[in-house]
Every structure is written in C-alpha cells, then in structure tokens.
Design a protein around this ligand. Structure first.
Ligand code: NDP
Ligand code: MG
Length: 388
C-alpha cells in the first residue's frame, strides 16, 4: 500500500527537503495534498511530478491566478484550511508534515490532526504558542507526533519515551550563526546579506535571521520545554559551531546520550517519515576529526542579548509566548524591509517583554486558537506604534 502523505508548506526549505526525499520513493507514496502561500510555480512543479489532486494556496491573489491558469486541469484548488473536510477523510493520511513558517501554521496543525495517523511538526512557532491545544487534539484523535526541528528530533530519539522526571539535563546545541565571531563593534552595521548567510544551515529567511540573533535558540528552549514537559532549569544551550552534535541528554541512571548526524534537515525529516529502519538513507561516515574537536562553549549573552528573554519566561503554558513570537516575527520583517537595524530586533524584544500591559499574559493559559490569533493581531498593531 502506498504511504498517503500531506505536506503543509511544501514550497519552503523544509517542504522542499521533504519533497526531495519523497522523489526517491515516488512509486511508494501518494501525496494527497500540498500547500503554499504564494509560490505557485514551485507548487505546480511538485503537483506535476507527484500527480497531486488537491492544493491549497492561502494567498488570495495567487489563488485567483492559479484558478485561472489551471481551470481545465483535474486539480482541486482551495484557498484555506476549512477545505480540509472536502479533501481528506478521518485518519486516511499516514503522514503529515507541517513545514509552514510562523504562527500561521497553528490553525492548519489543529485542523489536520484528526485526518492523519502521524504528524511531524517543523513549525516551531505553532508549538510555542499553541502546544496545549495541539496536545489536546493529538490525544483526542490518537495521532502520533514527531518533532522535526533537528535538536528536538534528536532529544525525542534519545529519550525514547523516558519519563521527564528521569531526565536530569538536556543540552541543545547552537551553531552560533553568522555572528559567533563577528567583531562586536560592527554589529550596528550588520546588513541583511550578512545576517542571511548562515555558516552551516541552509534555511528559510525568517529562521535564518532568528539564528543570527539567537532568537531561534530562545524558541528552541521553549519548544523543548513544551514537547518534553521539562523545567526550564533542566534545559541549556551549548555553542557548537560544527553543528555535528544536536542534543545531549543526561538521565537519572548516570547515562548521558549524545546524538550526532550530518548538518542537514534530511536526516530528521527522513526518520520522521520512515521510522524503525523502514528504509536506508545514504549518509557520511562518522567524522572522527569533528568528534575530536567538538569545541562546546557557553552562550555569550552580551553578543546575543535576545538570550536574556530566557530569564523572563513563565513556567506554565501561557499567552506570553504568543507575544514573544509575534513581536519577533514583526521585528524580523521590519529588519528585512530595511525599516530597523539588526541590533534593534533584540533591543526591542527586551523592551517589549517588560511592558506592563503584556505581563498579565504570563498567567493566562491559551484556551483557543481565536484567543491566540486575536492577541497576535493586537501585538502586531501595537508594535507599529512603537518607536524602535
Ligand atoms: P520557508 O520560509 O522556507 O517556507 C515556509 C513555507 O510556508 C512555504 O511553503 C510558504 O509558502 C508557506 N507559508 C508562508 N506563509 C504562510 C501562510 N501565511 N500561510 C500558509 N503557508 C505559508 O520556511 P522554512 O522551511 O525554513 O521553515 C518552516 C518552519 O520550520 C519554520 O517554523 C521554521 O522555524 C522551522 N524550521 C526550519 C528549519 C530549516 O532548516 N529551514 C529547521 C528547523 C525548524 P510560499 O513558499 O508560497 O511563501
Ligand atoms: Mg533547530
């Protein structure tokens, strides 16, 4: 039987990596649905290759264009995720990957869980803001979950269902991004080009900027806390520019496990698709030179002030996470639109998290997606009024 697959955000960096893995297994997979926001040209190439019958294009203008161009083809073209009921049947999908960027990925995650036996989530913003809602749906529909962010995939593999009380410490690694050794006096003049040039990972624009500010690691600590239900004090970051080790877990029985794999997202995605050695992947030999030179270092909060956000986080799930994700998203876009400087992103973030009117959200648990999206909308408007 063919594996039935859905890719949300198939035109992005994670989406295309997933597509490339599936191309090597074309005869054994059936793609039920692909989605994109704007990039219909890439989407239609994928549709053609895999003979996909259903697509969602969320951007209205591009949706209208695609409807016109492809009106005589046997493809169902939809504009939003309310159409999932028309496309999928309950639990008829074997594997879904959410590779959408930003908080927009939360709604489709919540809506698709009932249709799929397994969901792999790369979309960290959805996990950070809406984990209690996601967890509810996973339990309700008995859907399996695998994190795809490489550090979290590594932790997930290492702990292999060990209870969180038996874990003493988790380290996630950080490459340090493009500015790990950059002279501090030049930070003020960092350009988009500098910031988008990641030394070891090839990723989408938003996450590349988050890696440069280290906001990505702030997100990953929150993400790990939620997924593995573990206290913040048990989670730390280690700078490791070779990006060979992705996570280290120390257990209560004295054992410490380390997970190593080549620096690419193919390995976590491949393993989320084909569990238990279902398929073989080509990978490099163990690199003893890298192993002999792991060079772990503590993170430098002076160089990466965004890391100070970690000292201001509530221990319980809260709407404060939505404020952090939305503010950062907005600020990253402002930097990409050349409206603010690179250093302004972290500076503004540290101010925003201290705003009195936002502090109350640390004690409010997210109860619905509407609550999250309304707050996100409000924060987004609020940031427009700030002088950064
Ligand atoms: P990209 O920006 O490369 O791709 C994003 C995808 O989401 C595209 O298909 C895009 O469509 C679609 N999309 C964008 N906005 C919307 C929207 N409003 N509604 C619906 N779909 C939308 O991102 P990445 O692949 O880099 O990252 C995806 C997620 O995975 C992020 O949350 C990121 O943090 C996480 N992640 C990424 C890693 C990486 O190596 N890239 C590593 C670990 C985690 P279109 O192309 O049409 O714009
Ligand atoms: Mg990561």
């Amino acid at each position: 039987m063919k594996k039935k697959i859905v890719i949300l955000g198939s035109t992005g960096s994670i989406g295309k990596t997933t597509i490339n893995i599936l191309k090597r297994d074309k005869n054994n997979v059936e793609i039920l649905l692909l989605t994109a926001n704007k990039n219909y040209k890439e989407l239609m190439k994928q549709v053609k290759f895999f003979k996909v019958k259903n697509i969602i294009i969320t951007n209205k203008d591009k949706f209208i264009i695609v409807k016109k161009i492809y009106k005589n083809r046997n493809i169902n073209i939809y504009n939003n995720f309310n159409s999932l009921n028309k496309i999928l049947k309950k639990r008829n999908t074997d594997y879904t990957i959410n590779a959408i960027t930003g908080l927009s990925g939360l709604e489709p995650t919540l809506k698709i869980i009932k249709f799929t036996k397994k969901i792999a989530i790369a979309n960290k913003e959805a996990i950070i803001c809406g984990w209690p809602l996601i967890l509810n749906e996973l339990k309700k529909y008995k859907t399996d979950f695998i994190p795809v962010d490489s550090e979290h995939f590594s932790i997930w593999s290492l702990i292999n269902k060990t209870k969180s009380k038996n874990i003493e410490k988790i380290y996630i690694t950080a490459s340090g991004g493009p500015f790990n050794n950059y002279p501090l006096n030049l930070f003020k003049s960092i350009t988009q080009k500098n910031a988008l040039k990641h030394p070891s990972w090839k990723m989408g624009k938003k996450i590349s900027i988050d890696s440069a500010t280290m906001m990505n690691k702030v997100f990953e600590i929150i993400e790990a806390k939620k997924i593995f239900n573990i206290h913040y004090k048990k989670l730390s970051i280690l700078v490791h520019p070779k990006s060979y080790v992705h996570a280290i877990v120390k257990f209560k029985n004295g054992l410490t496990k380390v997970l190593i794999h080549d620096t690419n997202m193919t390995i976590p995605i491949f393993n989320s698709l084909y569990e238990n050695f279902e398929k073989k992947i080509k990978s490099n030999k163990i690199d003893l030179f890298k192993l002999n030179n792991l060079n772990f270092k503590k993170v430098d909060k002076k160089r990466f002030p965004a890391l100070r956000i970690l000292d201001n986080l509530p221990e319980n799930h809260s709407l404060f996470e939505t404020i952090i994700v939305t503010s950062n998203d907005k600020l990253v876009n402002m930097f990409l639109d050349k409206k603010i400087k690179f250093t302004d992103i972290s500076k503004a973030m540290l101010k925003i998290i201290k705003y009195k009117e936002f502090l109350k959200y640390k004690k409010i648990m997210p109860k619905s997606i509407d609550q999250i999206t309304q707050l996100s909308h409000y924060v987004s408007l609020k940031i427009n009024t700030l002088r950064i």
